[in-house]
Design a protein around this ligand. Structure first.
Ligand code: CAA
Length: 240
């Protein structure tokens, strides 16, 4: 029987590539989105992947949404906590709201996504938790004290769950993408982006599919002894 996978923020950017790659590998995939109904409908039309709408920053919405996914597709075996936002500003200009919205979505959102599926994974003796962190959680980034803090937090999160889940057949790992050609990176001012690309030994941005392949590997049985790890996929920009 096909395994079920949930991908938050799974209709756009890296998340969309992950949803498609998991589907291609035979999973029943549910992709979540927070806002744009039209884009989500187009995504389902294009891929046949079911979409569900909720705000990852809200625990009750996440729990209710996950219950709907499980009702429609069955128990979730693979959870990919991918939903994330940026709200960049040098720290002296960063407002408490900018701090809070990024922490709520990126870090509390990971808790909200994984916590409701965790008891079922423990009961069934199988689970794959994959959190999409970032190179900027490993190295820090000018104007991203909020974002980098959440992405570094992801790494402590999976290392802790790895210890708790190992005896129950659950692994928890993180993927740290470098700069990938998505809307998020394209929103960085062009001059800044060019400077970033010049720091990537591969000489280019990554492709979302290059991250998706890390995720499908971590989701598979082939990765069963990999737990609490971080896969860095950044074109040689940073060695963690
Ligand atoms: N390192 C050092 N100094 C930097 C810098 C950097 N990377 N970037 C900007 N600065 C400096 C500027 O030179 C300028 O200095 P001066 O005041 O001496 O001229 C100052 O910092 C910027 O001041 P501004 O008032 O112009 O800054 P701003 O309030 O307009 O903010 C910004 C601009 C938000 C920093 C903008 O430049 C920006 O968005 N930078 C990109 C940040 C970034 O890399 N974000 C990553 C997004 S992609 C992502 O997050 C995905 C992922 O996981 C990889």
């Amino acid at each position: 029987m096909a395994r079920t996978a949930l991908v938050t923020g799974g209709t756009r950017g890296i998340g969309a590539a992950i949803s498609k790659a998991l589907k291609a590998d035979g999973y029943d995939v549910a992709a979540t989105y927070a806002g744009n109904d039209e884009k989500a409908a187009a995504f389902t039309e294009e891929t046949g992947i079911k979409t569900f709408k909720w705000n990852a920053a809200d625990y009750d919405e996440s729990k209710a949404g996950i219950a709907k996914v499980e009702e429609a597709l069955g128990p979730i075996d693979v959870v990919v906590a991918n939903a994330g936002i940026t709200s960049d500003a040098p720290f002296h200009k960063m407002t408490p709201d900018q701090w809070k919205e990024v922490i709520d979505t990126n870090l509390t959102g990971v808790f909200n996504t994984v916590h409701p599926v965790w008891p079922g994974m423990r009961e069934r003796g199988f689970g794959r938790v994959i959190v999409i962190s970032s190179i900027n959680g490993q190295k820090g980034q000018f104007a991203q004290a909020n974002y980098a803090a959440t992405k570094a937090g992801d790494l402590g999160f999976v290392k802790s769950l790895a210890q708790e889940g190992a005896s129950k057949g659950i692994t928890a790992n993180a993927v740290c993408p470098g700069y990938i050609a998505t809307e998020m990176v394209m929103a960085v001012p062009e001059k800044v982006r060019e400077a970033i690309i010049s720091q990537i030994p591969a000489g280019r941005l990554g492709e979302p599919e290059e991250i998706a392949r890390c995720v499908t590997f971590l989701a598979s049985d082939d990765s069963s002894f990999i737990n609490g790890s971080t896969i860095s996929a950044n074109g040689g920009q940073y060695f963690a």
